[in-house]
Each structure stands twice: as structure tokens, then as C-alpha cells.
Design a protein around this ligand. Structure first.
Ligand SMILES: Cc1cc2nc3c(=O)[nH]c(=O)nc-3n(C[C@H](O)[C@H](O)[C@H](O)COP(=O)(O)OP(=O)(O)OC[C@H]3O[C@@H](n4cnc5c(N)ncnc54)[C@H](O)[C@@H]3O)c2cc1C
Length: 509
């Protein structure tokens, strides 16, 4: 059979992630493209789906493991399997409006709020499509940077930090999943959104099932290939951001409750949209606190995505550490405290500085040498978790890291790691040194010993074990496995989409 001009293939290569901390030998790297990249059509969607299904069948016949990847932004090796095949989906990024005729008769919302995006669409592109003066829509939440694909973001269930919204998966209303023999459009039975005729346009069969939906919105790449995602957007808004230095004793209650009275944030008369605290583990007295409030977006506002060259200070901590690596390579281990006081200076937006989320959360260049992990803990446990981490840090004082807390609501995926109601995501971000890794490992161990409820970000450095996943997710592990067997009825196909990592965690039962 002649080679497919829309699938490029390389054999026996090393797969490398964005930050170059994961390098794995694989036997085949496939990159799929749409036939006419600049002309999105439903016929084109069906053609690409068929192309992906052909790749799945080939991998199945070859008896190799097949894993999808997006932008390769995960710090962990979750997308890849040694000696397996990898399917890169980052170049298929069409976006479609939905019309009134596509809606299920019972859907109470509007067609305008819905947006269908192909799996490789980057968060940046989605923002640019939504935030126009014509469309006036926005994502409810997104991560600190915007280079992830939507498929990859759902792959690990990335958290935003909109304090009254869940992880990115909480704004999804439908997912298209491809297996060797099935093209499925999956929605909640409890929230029908699009009709069977729309699914048919994608070449898909409509499935309405809450469990399958809740499995598919955080799939770890283990349910098949995600081909498209239906987002339920909100009206566009601007963000008004400020950074304050607040004594730990003053902000601690807010960190444990999200109740901001007396916390020292700039305006306690209204609920922040975003709340993030950064702590230097060498000195716990000052908390670098970023707060963002939603502001009205004028109807004719035209976002200027070139206006902001990088994330605002304090938004993207890995980027801040990357700056350290780039600028002062000789003294990496010594500079974190100094850098924090320079980067995280007190500041406040004026109305002229307000930006859309797409302008606020921008791209981060790859930097080798960064480590990042994320522990999800119930918010009432935040200061206790920080105290455990502070004591662990005393054993690894040379670790060039900072502690960051961001807050999200409980997320709806069976395997959403932001599973507490609400959740604080406590990150340890820093330079990739032995001490950093030892610290992350020790904190997990101390959490275990203390009986701290916690889950870990699937796409960041983690030390997950079967016991830890069971402790974090309980019966959700069994629900995941049972639901996965409904979607992937063939055991060989389940194995193909799994990995030694997932096998070891009991997520391929
Ligand atoms: C600079 C930077 C900032 C970050 N900020 C945040 C943050 O604020 N919040 C946060 O939670 N995380 C953050 N992360 C982590 C990162 O966003 C996640 O790991 C995310 O999952 C990466 O998306 P990706 O498109 O690169 O996917 P990849 O890393 O390539 O893949 C992630 C997972 O998705 C699966 N997958 C990808 N595409 C498909 C597909 N088409 N079908 C099925 N499965 C698929 C993969 O198999 C894998 O399991 C950050 C990372 C970086 C580098």
C-alpha cells in the first residue's frame, strides 16, 4: 500500500518532550495532518478520523503499544512507551462553530456558547478564535501557559486556577473518541447537547452515558485517540491582576478556606477569579500573592496577543525558574530567593493593563532542566501540607524550588486529579537537580505517613504507585476500569493503549 501523504512516519527515533527531561526510544513516530489544513470541513474530519483508525489497526496488528501525544508539554513520561509507537496529533487543529440545527432538542443553552475543536488545537488558538469582538466568548479556565493541545490538556486533566471553576475538563460537553473499529461521540446522558445528526457528520455514533463521558474527559491517552472536543464557553471578560506580599499569618485562613475577609488581598468586597500564593521555602514569612478579578470586556475590545511577550510575573513558575537557568547558569542553586524578590515584585494593573485570558496566559519556551510536580489536596489541609513540605525541605535545603498553591473546584472526570471539593494544587517547581527530586519524593512519603489525602498531577513529575492511586481515587479506580472495558471491549486494544506506567498503577485491569 502506498504511503499516506498525510501521515509522516519515522522509525526508531528518540521521543523527547517539550522540556527535554524525558527521552525515550520508540520504534515509530507518526504525525497526522488534515488533508487541507486551512479549510476545515466535516468531510475532512471524517477523512482524518479514518486515517487515525487505520493507524490504530496497524498498531494492533503489529502488536505494539500506541500512545497519542499533543504538544509534549507533560513533564512526566505519561504520553510515551519505550519501544512503542507514538501518534502526534498536534497538527490537526480545526475549529468549528455549532449551529442551532446541531443541538439536541432538550439542550437549554445556545449554539453560540458551544465550540467544536479538533484535538490538536492549542489553547492559544482556541482563545484567539473565541475572544474576537464578533464572537465575544472565552474559556472559563485554562492553565498557566497556552501551548498545550486540547487533547493533551484533557489527557492529564490540567487544572486552571479559576477558584470557582474545576479543571479544564469541567468546560467540556462532548468528546469524540476513535478506536480501531469505533468512532464515538460521547456526551452525558444527563446533559444531552448535540444531536445524532451532528455525530453522523463526524462519522461518529452518538453515545449518551455519564460514566463513559466522565472517563473520556480525562483519559490519560488510554481510551483510544481523542479526535475532537466540544467546549462550553462563557462570555468574554478581562482580567485585572495584582501581586502583593502578604504575611503568612494574615493570608493563611484564606489559603485554607477561600474566604478572603481580612486576608490582605487588594479588594475583599468581591470574589477573586484567580488566587495563587507562592512561598519561598527558605522563608515562610512572606507569601507572594497573585489575585485576578474579572472585569467587563468592552464590546469592541480587540485582543492584541503580541502585546504580551511572556506570562506576567508569577503566572508561570516553571518559566520563572527557566529564566534563572538561562540567565545565571553558574549559580542556579543559590538564586531562587533573589529571583523571587525581583520577579515577584508588588504590582497592580490599571484599567489599561487589563487583558483577556488569552493575552494573560501565554506561551512558554522550552527550557531543559526544569522539574515540576503538582499535589492536589483538600483546601482545608493547605497549611498542614505546606508545613509538612517545609519540614521535608529542611532535609534538602539545596533544592532550588518554590512552593505554589492554586485553587480549583472539584472536577468531573473519573480520574481528575483535582478531585477534592474544592482542591488546592500545591506545586513544587524548580531546577531539575537531585535535591529537587529527593524533596518531591520525600514530601510524598511524608504525606503518606501523615495520612494526608492527596492526588498527583498525571503530567508532572510524580512518584505514583498503585497504593497511592488507590488511596487517592478509591472506588473510582474500579469505575474507570469497568467503564474502560465498556468502551474498549477488546483486551488486546486495551493493552495497546496502556503503558507499563498505567499497568503498574492498576489502571489497565
Ligand atoms: C510551561 C508549562 C506550563 C504548564 N502549566 C500547567 C498548568 O498551569 N496547569 C496544569 O495542570 N498543567 C500545566 N502544565 C502541564 C501540561 O499542561 C500538561 O501536562 C498537559 O497535559 C500537556 O498537554 P499536551 O498537549 O502537551 O499533551 P502531552 O503532554 O503530549 O500528552 C498528555 C497526555 O494526553 C494524552 N493525549 C495527548 N493527545 C491525545 C489524543 N489526541 N488522544 C488521546 N490522548 C492524548 C497523552 O497520551 C498523555 O497521556 C504545564 C506544562 C508546561 C510545560
Amino acid at each position: 500500500m502506498p504511503a499516506d501523504p498525510f501521515v509522516s512516519e519515522q522509525d526508531n527515533v528518540t521521543w523527547i518532550n517539550h522540556h527535554e527531561n524525558v527521552q525515550v526510544p520508540i520504534t515509530k513516530r507518526l504525525t497526522v495532518q488534515n488533508e487541507a489544513p486551512s479549510q476545515p470541513t466535516m468531510a475532512g474530519m471524517r477523512a482524518t478520523a479514518a486515517r487515525i483508525q487505520h493507524i490504530i489497526s496497524r498498531a494492533l496488528a503489529a502488536g505494539v503499544r500506541l500512545r497519542a501525544c499533543g504538544s509534549r508539554w507533560s513533564f512526566s513520561d505519561i504520553p510515551v512507551v519505550q519501544q512503542g509507537w507514538i501518534l502526534e496529533t498536534s497538527q490537526i487543529d480545526w475549529r468549528f462553530n455549532v449551529s442551532f440545527n446541531d443541538l439536541d432538542a432538550s439542550y437549554a443553552g445556545t449554539a453560540e456558547e458551544l465550540f467544536l475543536v479538533q484535538t490538536g488545537a492549542k489553547i492559544s488558538r482556541i482563545n484567539e478564535s473565541l475572544e474576537t469582538p464578533q464572537r465575544k466568548r472565552a474559556l472559563r479556565t485554562s492553565g498557566a501557559s497556552n501551548g498545550q493541545t486540547i487533547g493533551g490538556s484533557l489527557g492529564t486533566g490540567i487544572h486552571g486556577s479559576a477558584i470557582d471553576v474545576g479543571g479544564i475538563e469541567s468546560q467540556v460537553a462532548g468528546v469524540q473518541l476513535l478506536t480501531a473499529t469505533q468512532n464515538l461521540w460521547i456526551e452525558r446522558a444527563s446533559a444531552p447537547t448535540l444531536n445524532a445528526a451532528f455525530a453522523a457528520k463526524l462519522g461518529a455514533t452518538l453515545v449518551r452515558d455519564d460514566a463513559q463521558f466522565e472517563a473520556a474527559i480525562v483519559s490519560l491517552g488510554a481510551l483510544g485517540i481523542v479526535h475532537s472536543v466540544l467546549l462550553k464557553t462563557t462570555g468574554r471578560y478581562l482580567l485585572n491582576s495584582s501581586l502583593s506580599h502578604i504575611p503568612f499569618g494574615q493570608i493563611a485562613t484564606a489559603m485554607n478556606t477561600l474566604n478572603f475577609a481580612g486576608s490582605g488581598i487588594p479588594d475583599t468586597t468581591r470574589r477573586p477569579y484567580f488566587f495563587q500564593t507562592i512561598i519561598d521555602p527558605r522563608r515562610f514569612d512572606i507569601v507572594y500573592t497573585t489575585v485576578r478579578y474579572k472585569e467587563v470586556c468592552p464590546p469592541n475590545y480587540v485582543p492584541d496577543y503580541n502585546q504580551v511577550s511572556g506570562s506576567e510575573p508569577g503566572t508561570d513558575v516553571p518559566r520563572m525558574v527557566a529564566t534563572a537557568i538561562q540567565t545565571i547558569p553558574g549559580v542556579r542553586d543559590l538564586i531562587v530567593s533573589t529571583l523571587m524578590s525581583i520577579e515577584l515584585r508588588v504590582r497592580a494593573d490599571t484599567p489599561a493593563d487589563f487583558t483577556t485570558p488569552g493575552m494573560q496566559y501565554t506561551f512558554t519556551s522550552a527550557r531543559e532542566g526544569i522539574a515540576s510536580c503538582g499535589f492536589a489536596v483538600p483546601i482545608a489541609q493547605v497549611t498542614r501540607a505546606l508545613d509538612i513540605a517545609r519540614i521535608a525541605f529542611a532535609s534538602h535545603k539545596s533544592a532550588p524550588v518554590v512552593f505554589t498553591c492554586r485553587y480549583v473546584q472539584k472536577s468531573p472526570g473519573i480520574l481528575s486529579f483535582t478531585r477534592f471539593d474544592p482542591t488546592c494544587v500545591f506545586d513544587i517547581d524548580g531546577v531539575d537537580t537531585d535535591a529537587t527530586h529527593k524533596l518531591i519524593k520525600l514530601v510524598a512519603q511524608r504525606f503518606d505517613e501523615a495520612g494526608m489525602p492527596y492526588a498527583m498531577h498525571w503530567g508532572k513529575t510524580n512518584h505514583l504507585t498503585k497504593a497511592r492511586v488507590r488511596a487517592a481515587f478509591g472506588g473510582a479506580v474500579d469505575r474507570w476500569n469497568a467503564t474502560r472495558q465498556l468502551i474498549l471491549t477488546d483486551a488486546a486494544e486495551r493493552d495497546m493503549f496502556s503503558s507499563p506506567f498505567l499497568d503498574g498503577l492498576g489502571l489497565n485491569a
